[in-house]
Structures are given as C-alpha cells and as structure tokens.
Design a protein around this ligand. Structure first.
Ligand SMILES: Cc1cc2nc3c(=O)[nH]c(=O)nc-3n(C[C@H](O)[C@H](O)[C@H](O)COP(=O)(O)O)c2cc1C
Length: 321
C-alpha cells in the first residue's frame, strides 16, 4: 500500500473548516496550541475558476500555519479542475472537497451536501480534482441528505476508487443541520467498510467526548469544530496537556489573535468580526454573561485588552457558593 502522505490529518487532531471562524489568525492560534493540521474555510471552486480576486484572497495563509489543506466547494467538475490546478502550487498539503455544507444557498447551487444526493457527480469531482493536482485529495461528507437517503455504506471505497486518500465524516444528515447527536453507529459502519482512514467529526465538545467519538466509530483521526471555537486549548488537551487556559493565557491568546487579525483586516471592521470570537471566549465562568454583553460593544484594541484582562481574572477566581 502507498505511504500515507497526510498522517497529520488522517491520524491527528485537525481544526475543522468553519466559514467566518477559521481565518488565518485563529488557525495560527490552534496550531500553536497543538492542532496537528489546519484547513482553510471553504473556498468556491467557481470563484477561483473565474480568478475572482476576493476568492483568491481566501487562499492566503501564514508560513506558521503548515500543514494546511485547502477546502473547495462547488457543483461543477470543470470548476474543480481549474481550481485544483490553481491551488496546487501554493503550498497546501492537500485539497479537501466539501460535500457536507447544509446551508440552503450552497445546496441550491448544487454544492456542499447536495453532492451527497448525487454520488456519481461527487465521484466525478473527486476524479477531476485528482487529475489536475499532485496533491493528496480528501473528501468531507455528512451521513446523507436525509435519513431516507443515506450515503452508501461503502462510500469510503467509492471515493478511494475515484482518487481520494482520506474521508472525514460528520455524523449528521443535512436535514439535522447541527441538531441532535452524531450517529456513531452509521459512522462506524462507514469506517469499517472504508479502505481509507476515516476522520470523525461532530460533537467534540471536550477532550473526553472527542476521543470517545474517534474510538467509538473506529476512526483514525478527529476534526474538531465548535468545541475549539473560543476554546483552542482543547488541542493541547488532546495532546495530553491542560485543556483549559492557565492564568493569563486567556488574555494573551485573545490579544495575540486580534493583533494577527489586524495585520490583514482594517479597523473598525476587524472589531466587528472579532466580537464573534470574544463571545465564544467568554463562556463558562461566573460573570461571563455580563462580560459578553460588553464584548459585543468593543471597538478598540484598548477596550478588548481591558475586557480580556478582566475576563481572565474572573475565569480564575473561585466564587463562594
Ligand atoms: C459557523 C460554521 C461554519 C462552518 N463552515 C464550514 C466550512 O466552511 N466547511 C466545512 O466543511 N464545514 C463547515 N462547518 C462544519 C464544521 O466543519 C463541522 O463539520 C461541524 O461543525 C461539526 O463538527 P463539531 O460538532 O465539532 O462542530 C461549519 C460549521 C460552523 C458552525
């Protein structure tokens, strides 16, 4: 069997692609804290194929972000052909094909999880992507469009024949969006029949939950999504370290991320975007709700600095019952 070219993805702890969340700054934070691999937010293959400047800017990454895969979404094989040729020389470690996005607008265009309702087209997309790149190609799926229309149990075999070398499975159907629990039984069926390594995804809310998901489903690796948003320390925990911030670390991490983001997003826009991260960071400690209320009004570096310092102290202060 050929050597596995991407063990950091197939057998590691990867920050799941999240549009609007996993930009360069947040990805750098995740890799510093132990993520073994990163993936870009989903990038439109049609936009790349048209050479859209805005879409191409989504391909920018920092040298500290390696290894990183680029995720493409789209409906037409010819768009993937052009897009995969275009991204190939840019330094990515692999190309991931999005066959899971549940958003209506994406689905209507025939992209994302719509591909789960048209497996021949998904396989054609994998084939042409592979034909147009020397990079490894991976696929990220859900369990199907609807419960009545699940993906075939041997989906791993099918995408392998088409040229993929790994399969990530989010254990929900498109109709579930993010509700309910990941269906471990079906995930296990898929991984048992897969000749490819399977990366488990869904509900990695803690180190224990994530490792249990991987082991219960017979998967080799993990993709951690919402559980890492506002809590990138989960990656340190997965590597055996402290899964929570040490005193001072919440403040430092927030400022670090914001300063990196300011390298490529101008003020005041950067603060609008960063507020979404702040409210995730400010959770799970006494007084967090009140701090979140103030976080959504921050509009300067100094305000964020002071609030993050206050939150850091609150987080590490024991409260008498
Ligand atoms: C805000 C948001 C944006 C997302 N964007 C993407 C995306 O661009 N590409 C993708 O494959 N999945 C995307 N996802 C799905 C996640 O990668 C992941 O599959 C899902 O959140 C389940 O994992 P989790 O329970 O660990 O969060 C997104 C999810 C969220 C909440």
């Amino acid at each position: 069997m050929a050597e596995n070219p991407i063990p950091f993805y197939t057998h590691g702890f990867t920050m799941a692609p999240m549009a609007g969340v996993t930009d360069s700054a947040f990805r750098r934070i995740c890799i510093q804290l132990g993520a073994t691999c990163l993936v870009t937010e989903m990038v439109t293959a049609a936009g790349l194929s048209r050479k859209s400047v805005k879409t191409k800017s989504m391909l920018k990454f920092h040298q500290d972000e390696k290894p990183i895969g680029v995720q493409l979404f789209g409906a037409k094989p010819e768009d993937f052909a052009r897009a995969s040729a275009l991204v190939s020389p840019l330094g990515f470690s692999f190309i991931d094909i999005n066959a899971g996005c549940p958003v209506k607008r994406v689905l209507r265009s025939g992209s994302g999880s719509a591909l789960l309702g048209d497996i021949p087209r998904l396989l054609e997309i994998v084939r042409v992507t592979k034909q147009n790149t020397d990079l490894p190609v991976t696929v990220k799926i859900r369990l199907g469009l609807t419960r009545e229309n699940p993906v075939p149990d041997n989906i791993g075999e099918l995408v392998a024949e088409a040229g993929a070398c790994a399969l990530a499975v989010h254990g929900r159907f498109r109709t579930d969006f993010f509700a309910g629990e990941a269906d471990r039984k079906r995930m296990k069926q898929i991984s048992e029949l897969s000749p490819l390594p399977v990366i488990a995804n869904g509900d990695s809310t803690s180190v224990e939950a994530a490792l249990k998901l991987r082991d219960d489903t017979g998967s080799t690796g993990l993709l951690v999504g919402r559980g890492a948003w506002g809590n990138p320390w989960i990656f340190r925990g997965l590597n055996g370290g402290n899964p929570h911030p040490e005193p001072g670390e919440l403040h430092d991490t927030i400022m670090n991320q914001l300063l990196m983001m300011m390298e490529y997003i101008p003020s005041p826009q950067v603060f609008h975007i960063f507020r979404g991260h702040l409210v995730q960071y400010f959770r799970g400690f006494y007084g967090a709700a009140e701090i979140r209320n103030r976080a959504v009004r921050t509009q300067s570096l100094r305000e964020v600095d002071m609030l993050a310092a206050e939150a850091d102290i609150a987080m590490h202060t024991a409260v008498e019952e």
